[in-house]
Design a protein around this ligand. Structure first.
Ligand SMILES: CC(C)(COP(=O)(O)OP(=O)(O)OC[C@H]1O[C@@H](n2cnc3c(N)ncnc32)[C@H](O)[C@@H]1OP(=O)(O)O)[C@@H](O)C(=O)NCCC(=O)NCCSC(=O)Cc1ccccc1
Length: 202
């Protein structure tokens, strides 16, 4: 079963709500009574959602992403609009480069007030893979090296830039950089291996 436009919009709004709930959970405080009320409300919501959980409406891959890379893998934990843990990034292509821009919130904190290194790596993994796709070289990550130059601040505009560095047969090298303003925060190199052609040559 696939989602109607109305259902897509509803699911997107639900994901946004859940995302805000997750973010709030990181700095939550209140009296015993207030926390108990939240626990009860969430428990009810949880039961309702559990009852509907095996009726997935969203596809794994959306070829009609219309230039918005957050639509390609709707439930990706890094880029999917419908996954509440995905960071709030805009991801798009210009010529053969893919860019991601946005801010990370408390849910992605590693060192105090900074983004967790694993989250930064995960974003590189996804946006470098998108750069391969943008160059019509769909592939999987074989290895990923990230150089962390400066801590990546939370709640601050950050921009990732990625580009195809080299291709030889099925081996693809993609590079990426992450900046806050003019400051280089980190860089990455990924080796991607293109999907094998099947026996029909596709
Ligand atoms: C697919 C492949 C990487 C390669 O296997 P096959 O196709 O069977 O190819 P084969 O083994 O025949 O090798 C071909 C050539 O490549 C070379 N080579 C291979 N590996 C390495 C290496 N590590 N390092 C260096 N070289 C390596 C190998 O020597 C050979 O070289 P040759 O031609 O003789 O000179 C496989 O190991 C695999 O599935 N790994 C797990 C991948 C995975 O889970 N990644 C994480 C999830 S993806 C993600 O999250 C991003 C994403 C999100 C959403 C959407 C899209 C992307």
């Amino acid at each position: 079963m696939s989602a109607s436009e109305e259902q897509r919009q509803q699911l997107r709004r639900i994901s946004t709500q859940l995302s805000e709930i997750l973010d709030s959970s990181q700095t939550l405080g209140g009296s015993d009574k207030e926390l108990a009320e939240i626990e009860t409300a969430l428990s009810k919501l949880n039961s309702k959602m559990t009852a509907l959980r095996d009726r997935k409406l969203l596809e794994f891959y959306n070829p009609d992403f219309a230039g918005d890379f957050r639509n390609i893998l709707p439930c990706s934990p890094i880029s999917g609009y419908f996954n509440p843990i995905a960071p709030d990034l805009r991801i798009w292509q210009e010529q053969d480069r893919v860019y991601a821009e946005g801010r990370f919130g408390k849910i992605h904190e590693g060192p105090p007030d900074c983004v967790h290194g694993g989250i930064i790596s995960a974003v590189y993994d996804q946006v470098l893979a998108f750069a391969a796709l943008a160059n019509e070289l769909p592939s999987l990550t074989a290895s990923l090296t990230v150089k962390y130059r400066k801590p990546t601040p939370l709640l601050t505009p950050i921009r990732f830039t990625t580009w195809l560095e080299k291709r030889k047969d099925r081996h693809i090298i993609i590079h990426g950089e992450c900046h806050s303003g003019d400051m280089l925060l980190s860089s990455a190199e990924g080796l991607f291996i293109m999907y094998k052609k099947n026996s029909t040559g596709n």
